[in-house]
Design a protein around this ligand. Structure first.
Ligand code: GAL
Length: 302
């Protein structure tokens, strides 16, 4: 166990900052793989691993401006750099393992690096969790805008992509195709006009919960959550969780381990240079009688 201070940039086992912002943790074959945004140099997504969530070992810059590209089924735009050579933006990367193809499939929010008007989703895949991912380009699911996003894999292997659409006004939920390489159906257009961002889904005692933030850029705001008895069923209306800044954080993802429900969030440094000072928080979530609450703590033992 290691006790970490919430809200600061955490270090890996060699004392170097962990750059895995807007991230995601995937448990696979005895390791937890932590993926996230790494905006340094020519990197896009970096991956770290740990046996127990305490010590983190850097694995690889799994997506960079130089990643291999391979078009795949859907007509996607293959672009890992801007026309002027600058970087594009890949935000909130999430990775699932597909049992049928044996591939690790990554979905992320794509922008052109200049503004946020592209509102698309990018996909990439790899045979190993921390290898060099092959980039498959970006697209707008069914033509819709797609910004802040997450993935969720249900117990039967059915996977969902959830992303903010219509200039963030509505939260869309798509069921993925069996190989997780495309959307298969638009299932829901949730919370019309509520401007939710940073979605994160978890399943507790057979019930599904989705946390999200409001839409205020890098500044933290009031977290809310909703629940449903099935992903494709009716979702409740939004209820508040945490305080008016979600204890100075924005959701990244939710991980369950040893009976604990752990909310991972970003405490963003903001734009420009400050982005690189962005820290991490982990707050325990408590489920009681079908309702969720968030426990603020200055430190977290993992
Ligand atoms: C936030 C979003 C971040 C990033 C930021 C840019 O609302 O959650 O992922 O896109 O806006 O301002």
């Amino acid at each position: 166990m290691i006790t970490r201070k919430n809200g600061v940039l955490w270090k890996d086992m060699h004392g170097l900052p962990i750059h895995a912002h807007g991230g995601w943790i995937l448990a696979h074959n005895g390791y937890y793989y932590w993926y996230g945004e790494d905006r340094r140099e020519n990197f896009y997504v970096s991956c770290y691993r740990s046996r127990d969530l305490s010590d983190w070992e850097f694995c690889n810059h799994i997506l960079t401006t130089e990643s291999e590209m391979e078009p795949y089924r859907v007509r996607t735009k293959m672009q890992l750099k801007r026309d002027d050579g600058g970087k594009i933006n890949l935000e909130r990367p999430k990775v699932l393992y597909n049992e049928k193809t044996g591939k690790f499939v990554l979905w992320a929010h794509f922008e052109n690096g200049a503004d946020y008007r592209e509102a698309a989703v990018a996909i990439a895949s790899c045979r190993t969790p921390d290898g060099d991912f092959t980039y498959h380009g970006h697209f707008n699911p069914y033509g819709y805008m797609s910004r802040d996003c997450t993935l969720f894999k249900d117990d039967d292997g059915t996977a969902y992509f959830i992303s903010a659409s219509r200039d963030n006004a509505d939260m869309h939920m798509y069921r993925l195709s069996d190989d997780y390489m495309n959307v298969d159906a638009l299932i829901h257009r949730l919370w019309q006009g509520e401007y939710r961002e940073a979605p994160a889904v978890t399943k507790i005692h057979g019930r599904y919960y989705m946390l999200s933030s409001f839409c205020t850029g890098w500044a933290p705001n009031q977290g809310k959550y909703a629940y449903a008895d099935s992903m494709e069923g009716k979702w409740s209306s939004l209820m508040e969780i945490g305080d008016e800044t979600t204890y100075m954080s924005q959701p990244a993802f939710i991980l369950q381990k040893d009976g604990r429900i752990l909310y991972f969030g970003d405490r963003w440094g903001g734009n420009g240079e400050k982005y690189f000072e962005s820290g991490y928080v982990v707050y325990p979530l408590i489920e009681k009688d079908g309702r969720l609450s968030m426990q603020f703590t200055e430190e977290i033992s993992l």
